[in-house]
Design a protein around this ligand. Sequence first.
Ligand code: NAP
Length: 472
Amino acid sequence: MLKELTSQRLEQPCVEVLNPATQESLGWLAADSLEQVESKIVAATLAQPKWAAQTAKYRSKLLRKWFDLIEQHQQDLALILTMEQGKPLSEALSEVAYGASFVEWFAEEAKRAYGVTIPATFDGKSIRTIKQPIGVCASITPWNFPVAMLTRKLAPALSAGCAMISKPAVNTPLCAIALRHLALEAGIDGELLPVVISEQASDVGLKFCTHPSIRKLSFTGSTAVGKQLMQQSSQQVQRVSMELGGNAPFIVFGDADINEAVAGAIVCKFRNAGQTCVCANRFYIHDSVYDEFAQKLHAAMSKLSLGAGVDGHDIGPLIDEKALQKVDQLVHAATLAGAELVCGGKVASDIGTLYYQPTLLSNVAHDNPVMKVEQFGPIAALCRFSDVDEAIHFANDTEFGLASYFFTQDLTLAEYVSNKLQYGIVGINEGIISTEVAPFGGVKHSGVGREGSALGLDEYLETKYIAVGGLR
Ligand code: NAP
């Protein structure tokens, strides 16, 4: 599936892909120069009008074939994902299924790019709108979900009739290459979905943002890089979609089912070793259930096994040394600022270089540094609250606004809190909120636009208003 990967360093500029579980080399890929990126953009620009001119049904059929091939090769794709990214194989299989679901969904949505007819205000006139593909788009995606973050952009772009040039994260380029192979096998023209392999992310980003042929940039990654790209893309007045960082609160009210809340906390916090943008980042627990929740969470955490994703463990390695150091420093800063360390708090060097022990911090103050930044690691930090509005204040006291979670059995309280939370996504008694059928996206510094759902297609379409006069 990956003929591009060679076992030896190439003579031309190249990128080495490492297995984070073992730090061993998986192989080398030729890197694209900026001239090669230019050629790929030019080829996509030439191929896109023909693709846009096909019927939506034609595009839909090819996307459907692509979906079938992804399903057929799900075991191989999951293995590639685990090898380059580190997550447990069971999670990799779930990600492949989630990633494939966008291809299936947008294969169907391709046929529903409806315009509208608007009642005219004068006789002899008609007013209608049609939807047309934006044109050539570019995507930049992170390493934490190398399959799903790509298909969540590529599938709607292709189904709308756009071309999309993609730059996957340098740590995890293999999934993107494998997905492209399957798209080609499905019959989609390869010039519509070129992949750029490069260690020069900022140069490639600048190229994407300033190229006159690229009409849209879709980015998933950190808020800092997203802000830089938004500034750059203003030069060509590009449309942008930005899926950026989060700082998700997880609130447990006094009447919550504590067993359910603990189960939700485990999947929400420790999936992908805590390296997801929608991970619970701050736990706010009502005083009346704090001790019970803390004890039960501790017990559940102590059952989590740490080890290589291919060996069936619950928590794999962090992506690289920088990520590991960030998590370790955050835990130290948290305890220095008064948090109690209940368990974990160390690099699990007995297992490998990049593993961090699941860490529980208790009695953490709301203004502790660990509550202020996106942790991206297996840290659960618990803070007490005594009043509903205090919990809402804590939850909203951040520049981020991607996902939020709370647990309660009280319908009136659930209605009140979900209205007050300043987030794009609210999970009530639910720790997993991602699905292709619902709109995914953030408010405030967490982003612009929505992916998935019926709204996801609109991100790749322009609305054209057509006014006709002189009708008899
Ligand atoms: P990152 O540093 O922003 O990298 C993300 C992507 O941007 C990578 O492909 C990276 O390339 C590229 N990049 C880095 N610097 C760039 C620049 N100056 N110009 C253009 N591209 C650049 O983010 P990360 O730390 O890898 O990923 C984690 C972040 O993504 C977290 O903040 C997380 O919350 C966010 N995220 C958000 C969502 C969402 O849906 N909202 C989903 C997943 C992740 P290289 O890999 O080559 O450096």
